[in-house]
Design a protein around this ligand. Structure first.
Ligand code: C5J
Length: 254
């Protein structure tokens, strides 16, 4: 069903996609989609939106990596992979900027603060040898993004030494250069690197939409709380949606 609704400054053209997600077009080439989210739906300019996939690395999702050395059940993160892949496919179809991040350190640990390295069992610390190479070290097999979500040529990969993707990286510059205003955020873990990145992005003025089923935690209660903290108080750090509303929004207006 298509309606003509006068929207100022948008044009009168409103297209209802099959899933009833309205897509508004402005007279320029800007396309705006309404994403169903909490605490409320949010309209985003798709051309000014990037998908950011946080740390979907073997070190966090597979046995023998950093996550497991910290005593976690890594199988808890598996549920996020398929929804994340579906959103990644939709973003690629749309031609949207897709950014992958990886947490990890230089092989000489010069970018790893002792306060971070010293935690955990001495034989299993960052830089120690493990079944997927040295733990959380760039270039080692465990540092790779899992095959299901492998970056393709042209998709930036941000290597970060911290939990937040802005700290000591080129992410901020990249987003400014690409004119990005909104971030669709997926990845692991919800309460650590996803939350830290969203908070950093929020302070820098980005609208962040976190896709709940595309994120996961070793602690289900932290996943729930992590999302609740983002969307509380009128969306104090951002919005929370899911893979399906975002896939619908990305499919609209083509
Ligand atoms: C953690 C991350 N949990 N990517 N890193 O240490 O969330």
């Amino acid at each position: 069903m298509a309606h003509l609704v006068p929207l100022n400054p948008w044009t009168a053209q409103v297209i209802m996609t099959p899933a009833s997600a309205p897509v508004f077009r402005r007279q320029s080439t800007v396309t705006v989609a309404l994403v169903n989210a909490e605490p409320e739906p949010i309209a985003i300019e798709l051309d000014r939106t990037a998908l950011v996939i946080i740390d979907m690395q073997r070190d966090f999702l597979e046995p023998g990596g950093f996550g497991e050395t910290l005593g976690n059940d890594v199988s808890r993160l598996a549920a996020a992979v398929e929804p994340c892949r579906a959103v990644l496919d939709a973003a690629r179809r749309r031609g949207m900027l897709v950014i992958h991040t990886r947490e990890g350190h230089l092989s000489d640990l010069s970018d790893a603060p002792p306060a971070k390295v010293e935690r955990g069992h001495p034989n299993l610390r960052i830089g120690a040898p493990g079944p997927m190479g040295r733990i959380l070290i760039r270039g080692e097999p465990g540092h790779d993004i899992i095959p299901a979500l492998s970056p393709i040529p042209g998709e930036p990969i941000i290597d970060k030494p911290g939990k937040g993707a802005f700290y000591a990286t080129s992410l901020g510059r990249l987003l400014v250069d690409k004119g990005i205003a909104n971030l669709l955020v997926c990845g692991v873990t919800t309460e650590v690197c996803v939350n830290t990145t969203v908070r950093e992005a929020n302070d820098r003025g980005y609208r962040c939409i976190v896709l709940a089923d595309c994120c996961a935690s070793y602690f289900p209660e932290f996943h729930t709380a992590g999302l609740a903290m983002i969307k509380a108080q009128g969306g104090i750090f951002g919005w929370v949606s899911g893979s399906q509303p975002v896939i619908t929004a990305l499919a609209g207006g083509t």
